[in-house]
Ligand binder design. Structure first.
Ligand SMILES: CC(C)(COP(=O)(O)OP(=O)(O)OC[C@H]1O[C@@H](n2cnc3c(N)ncnc32)[C@H](O)[C@@H]1OP(=O)(O)O)[C@@H](O)C(=O)NCCC(=O)NCCS
Length: 155
């Protein structure tokens, strides 16, 4: 596995089967095949796939709502975590969102997901508010995070 070969490309339908495999073992409420297919045609969305040696290693997306980039999904394949891939993916997504006119970014994250919260804080997100019992599967709280100034953002 050559981390140096990591590159980010737009989602293509040929990647979806592998993404669904990763999604199933990652999330308690995984996205459906249809959800990923919708990203192929999403007019205000950016969805990227991280490839290492040509293999799907990470994926994530944002929706651009007027001038706000909302992060919808961010995943690094389990055996590849802790090597900076998640950080690179987020930087790529937010940089692309900025070129499409986003001036700030938001996301929701499970309150127990300390790894993700730390990743986002290191990128400049702050914890804005908590949505109580937001996740229907286990009634867990969501932390709403914001990056207020994407224009001057320099991660
Ligand atoms: C969250 C996730 C995308 C991070 O990806 P990653 O490639 O492992 O993250 P990185 O290696 O880029 O780490 C970036 C920062 O995250 C934090 N981090 C990473 N692994 C961590 C760990 N095991 N424990 C605590 N913090 C951790 C650190 O602050 C790290 O910065 P550092 O390396 O300078 O210490 C990945 O763990 C993942 O796919 N998790 C499952 C899906 C998920 O929870 N997605 C987010 C939903 S909102």
């Amino acid at each position: 596995m050559m981390l140096a070969t990591l590159r980010f490309v737009a989602l293509d339908k040929t990647y979806i089967p592998k993404i669904l495999e990763i999604e199933q073992v990652t999330h308690t409420a995984p996205w459906s095949q249809r959800s990923f297919e919708n990203e192929l045609e999403h007019k205000y969305g950016i969805f990227l796939v991280g490839l290492i040696d040509g293999e799907v290693s990470a994926y994530g997306g944002v929706w651009i709502l007027v001038d706000e980039a909302h992060v919808t999904n961010v995943v690094v394949k389990e055996n590849l975590r802790g090597q900076g891939i998640g950080r690179k993916l987020m930087i790529e997504l937010l940089t692309k969102a900025r070129t499409k006119g986003a001036v700030c970014a938001t996301l929701e994250v499970r309150a127990t997901n300390a790894t993700a919260i730390q990743l986002y804080e290191k990128l400049g997100f702050i914890q804005a508010t908590v949505r109580k019992q937001y996740y229907p599967d286990n009634k867990e709280d969501a932390v709403v995070m914001m990056l207020n100034d994407l224009v001057k953002w320099a991660p």
